[in-house]
Design a binder for this molecule. Structure first.
Ligand code: NDP
Length: 286
């Protein structure tokens, strides 16, 4: 018998999760704070009892996808007794410390806790491009893995419930910084009359071709040995200085590329100019 699932929160993401469970053949109960977001799911076969406590008792696995950490407590604190003995899979985006706090809270109430970070947008849920990172109860991850894999790839990052969020936010840090860099480039090419859309297409092609090297970059960082570089810091500095000058001449703000230049300059000032450019990691890490 496949486990019964309750999905709390029918925002864009919660609806995608619930729909995927229903279509995957799971008996699915849904709940949302405000009414009216369950119509399509009911039409597909989901149950929607209205009362939160009823939605909780209907499920063996409770999947929460609310706005933030505060909304999880606001929703679940008053009904915590109905969660006792159940599995809580919290897919609400929370910081690592907040995930740990929820894990402790769950432990005090005899609730088995898995924290998840969704590395996908709603329309990708259930497809091959969706990945969700989990940490917390290993037992729950192993036992309910088929349920979790209904939503997309499921990867486990350890018993510390904050781990998945740390990896999630690290990837988002990489994404936002890269996207901001693309907007910097779009600002530069405006000076030669290229549209940001046109530049975005070129950036997508170029960056896709370049990112293959990221694991190799990471391997060098892990080894801590930056000698014998493919590109040393002096070489990288000459390129980045030219990029900074080109940006300045185009009247583009230097906040983003200037930060990269500063990292390079700090390593060179410490006497590492002949070592690999990846050494800027040493300026970043705690
Ligand atoms: P939406 O804004 O579409 O939905 C938010 C949901 O949270 C609604 O169901 C809302 O209920 C509910 N909610 C907000 N505050 C409270 C509260 N105090 N008590 C109870 N329920 C509350 O957001 P998404 O569905 O897109 O996102 C949900 C979570 O998923 C977020 O943590 C988000 O970071 C995460 N996520 C989303 C991604 C995306 O691409 N959308 C990607 C990865 C993660 P109501 O309808 O009553 O307002």
């Amino acid at each position: 018998d496949s486990p019964r699932i309750s999905v709390l929160g029918l925002g864009a993401m919660g609806r995608a999760l619930a729909e995927t469970f229903v279509k995957g053949g799971y008996s699915t109960t849904v709940w949302n704070r405000s009414s009216g977001k369950d119509a399509e799911l009911i039409a597909l076969g989901a149950q929607s009892p209205g009362a939160l406590a009823a939605a909780l008792t209907a499920g063996e696995v409770i999947v929460a996808c609310l706005l933030d950490h505060a909304s999880v407590h606001e929703t679940l604190d008053p009904v915590v007794e109905s969660l006792r003995g159940r599995i809580l899979v919290n897919l609400t985006s929370t910081r690592p410390d907040q995930a740990r706090e929820l894990a402790e809270w769950a432990g005090r109430h005899d609730i088995e806790y898995l924290d998840g970070g969704i590395m996908a947008t709603p329309h990708l849920i259930g497809g091959p491009a969706a990945a969700i990172y989990y940490s917390g109860s290993r037992r729950a991850f192993d036992e309910y893995r088929p349920v979790l894999e209904t939503l997309g790839g499921a990867e486990y990052f350890g018993a510390d419930a904050g781990n998945a969020a740390a990896v999630d936010f690290a990837l988002l840090a990489a994404m936002y910084t890269m996207f901001a860099g693309v907007l910097h480039g779009a600002a530069v090419v405006r000076s030669v009359g290229m549209s940001a859309e046109d530049f975005g297409q070129r950036a997508a092609n170029f960056l896709s071709a370049m990112t293959f090297s990221l694991p190799t970059v990471g391997k060098r960082v892990d080894s801590g040995d930056y000698s014998d570089p493919e590109q040393d810091l002096y070489f990288t500095k000459s390129a980045v200085d030219a990029i900074v000058a080109t940006s300045r001449a185009a009247g583009v703000d230097l906040d983003i590329i200037g930060a990269v230049r500063d990292l390079i300059d700090r390593q060179i000032a410490s006497g590492h100019g002949r070592e690999g450019w990846e050494r800027i990691f040493e300026s970043l890490r705690p």
